[in-house]
Design a protein around this ligand. Structure first.
Ligand code: ATP
Ligand code: MG
Length: 248
């Protein structure tokens, strides 16, 4: 999807310290509506911390985060979710003793105001449609603990799509430990949701081929700072990026 030029999400001089360690260091980023932004960087460079700061799991030490120009860094995670900021975790968090379909219903039912029958039928329909979308329909009534790692990733991704409004979807290592077939389902889901629904994505990944296929712009993080930004082709030739990867 082409950039509309509107800044959807911004971080301004964002800093997160853990004791003496600065995990995110004065980071100012700008994500436009409709982007699929890649975030790359060596292990321990601060990528997950950044996702935790944007989603509200961590509180920033200093700096600000804006959604549509409004500060959100003081808001609780559930309030940020209600504003359309959804995330997945590096290690999938699903309810192991619930079925795949039940897992899908958790965000929608906990958010739903009435418990009217019609509303529930619609939610279940939507969950089944999304399970089909990510090719998990055949697992619908199986317990989530029977899923493979890749299927777990698919389930947590599909479950995020249940939340409305969905403005910006943060994905932390969606391709890690995932087989090529599921990888391509994830990739196609991201592309289609971006194209059809205008959802903005921030994808953290070490998988350069996937990042290359998905993202026009990549931000490289090293020691909590942005050391390069641009196409993957371009940033791959930046000396500081080469140093960061080789040094790491
Ligand atoms: N809750 C925490 N308490 C203390 N230190 C933390 C915490 N979370 C992260 N860190 C530290 O902050 C730094 C950045 O970690 P982070 O998990 O954000 O890196 P990452 O880029 O996601 O790495 P990876 O590619 O391995 O997933 C690391 O040095 C890490 O040890
Ligand atoms: Mg991480």
């Amino acid at each position: 999807m082409a950039d509309s030029g509107i800044k959807l999400l911004e971080t301004e001089n964002l800093t997160k310290r853990f004791g003496g360690l600065t995990a995110i260091d004065d980071l100012s980023l700008s994500i436009q509506e409709g982007e699929i932004r890649g975030i790359i960087g060596p292990n321990g460079s601060g990528k997950t911390t950044l996702m935790n700061l944007i989603s509200g799991l961590y509180k920033a030490t200093s700096g600000a985060i804006y959604l549509d120009g409004n500060r959100i860094d003081q808001l609780k995670p559930n309030v940020r979710t209600s504003k359309g900021i959804i995330r997945t975790f590096q290690i999938p968090k699903v309810f192991r003793d619930m079925t795949v379909l039940e897992n899908m219903l958790v965000p929608a039912l906990s958010d739903s105001q009435g418990d009217r029958y019609k509303q529930r039928v619609e939610i279940v329909d939507q969950a089944q449609e999304l399970l089909q979308f990510v090719q998990l329909s055949h697992m619908e009534n199986r317990s989530a603990k029977t899923l493979s790692g890749g299927q777990n990733q698919l389930l947590q991704i599909a479950r995020g799509f249940m939340i409305k409004p969905l403005r910006i979807y943060l994905m932390d290592e969606p391709f890690a430990g995932v087989n090529p077939q599921i990888k391509s389902v994830i990739m196609e889901s991201i592309k289609e949701m971006n194209r059809e629904k205008g959802i903005t994505f921030i994808v953290v990944s070490h998988e350069m081929p996937s990042i290359r296929r998905l993202c026009d712009t990549v931000t490289v993080i090293h020691e909590g700072r942005c050391i390069a930004e641009g196409t993957l082709e371009k940033v791959a030739h930046v000396p500081a990026v080469i140093d960061a990867y080789i040094g790491g």
